[in-house]
Design a protein around this ligand. Structure first.
Ligand code: A3P
Length: 296
């Protein structure tokens, strides 16, 4: 009752032109001032691109595939969400980080230009995960229906236009994926694709392992692939966000672990919407040359 009273679907507030949730915008100065340790790892994504999946893979890699160790706490306690602020007394991402000794695995949805500069000054390893625009948007739409801290998504047709105009929390998908792409070589960012992870999860787990300078046995790698399957994570109470109370995430509307597929956009876009979206996409993504795939 009390929680639902304070968790309105507040309007977003822009910070340097990027619309953010009001609690984040109100605490922006302390977020921007955060300085990581050089040993910290950043996992950056546009919302709904496969963040939680990647966090689980990384935690298991760092714990040599020990499933029990990785059930020690829910995802955002094991791997804090840098910029998240909620109404008090709910702890912020910075509260969790400040109580945790490095090396930490830090999640962010901030676009490249809003990531606190200490991450680049300290040459922190960074994994970016990108998901094709259409599936990313479908996932975000369902998430906004059930996440009562986000603005009302409204009807699907209007949501497509908000997405194309970059009016959702954390701004434009187009600018987000392009921003990290442009910096990936200079900043040694491991740039991954959700579609590649679905197509061949083992290959991508090995890619992450190598980036982290780890070398685990084949058996352990196989176990990590199995433990981070959609089915296993959907059943894992420490990874499926059922630890967030219903007045915040109403999973009776849509499960956090909703579908976990490539190509679900085909069940949402009409032919006309798809054509309109693709024409705009060409304009927004021309010269970007990022190899996105909308099916595998
Ligand atoms: P869907 O809504 O398409 O099902 P994030 O963690 O960035 O919020 O992303 C959530 C999306 O990733 C959801 O997509 C969720 O189902 C999917 N996801 C989470 N874990 C996954 C896994 N192990 N395999 C595939 N997809 C996963």
């Amino acid at each position: 009752e009390k929680a639902s009273a304070s968790i309105h679907r507040f309007p977003l507030i822009p910070i340097r032109g990027i619309p953010l949730m009001n609690y984040i915008a109100q605490n922006w100065d302390s977020i921007w001032a955060f300085c990581p340790d050089p040993s910290d790892l950043l996992i950056a994504t546009y919302p709904k691109a496969g963040t939680t999946w990647t966090q689980e893979i990384v935690d298991l890699l760092l714990h040599n595939g020990d499933a029990e160790a990785c059930r020690r706490a829910p995802t955002p306690v094991r791997s804090p969400f840098l910029e998240i602020f909620s109404p008090p007394p709910i702890p912020s991402g910075l509260d969790f980080l400040n109580k945790m000794p490095p090396p930490r695995v830090i999640k962010t949805h901030l676009p490249f230009q809003l990531v606190p500069l200490g991450f680049w000054e300290n040459k922190c390893k960074t994994i970016y995960v990108a998901r094709n625009a259409k599936d990313n948007m479908v996932s975000y739409f369902h998430f906004d229906c059930m996440n009562l801290t986000q603005p009302e998504p409204g009807p699907w047709e209007g949501y497509i236009h908000k997405f194309m105009r970059g009016e959702l929390s954390w701004g434009s998908w187009y600018d987000h994926v392009k921003g990290y792409w442009a910096e990936r070589e200079k900043r040694n960012i491991l740039y991954l694709f959700y579609e590649d992870m679905k197509e061949n999860p083992r290959r991508e787990v090995v890619r992450i392992m190598k980036y982290l300078d780890l070398s685990l046995s084949d058996d352990v790698i196989d176990r990590i692939v199995e433990l981070t399957s959609f089915k296993k994570m959907k059943e894992n109470p420490m990874a499926n966000y059922t630890f967030i109370p219903t007045p915040v995430f109403d999973q009776s509307i849509s499960a956090f672990m909703r579908k976990g597929e490539v190509g679900d956009w085909m069940n949402h876009f009409t032919a006309e919407q798809s054509k309109m979206f693709d024409e705009d996409y060409e304009k927004q993504m021309k010269e970007a040359n990022i190899p996105f795939r909308t099916n595998i």
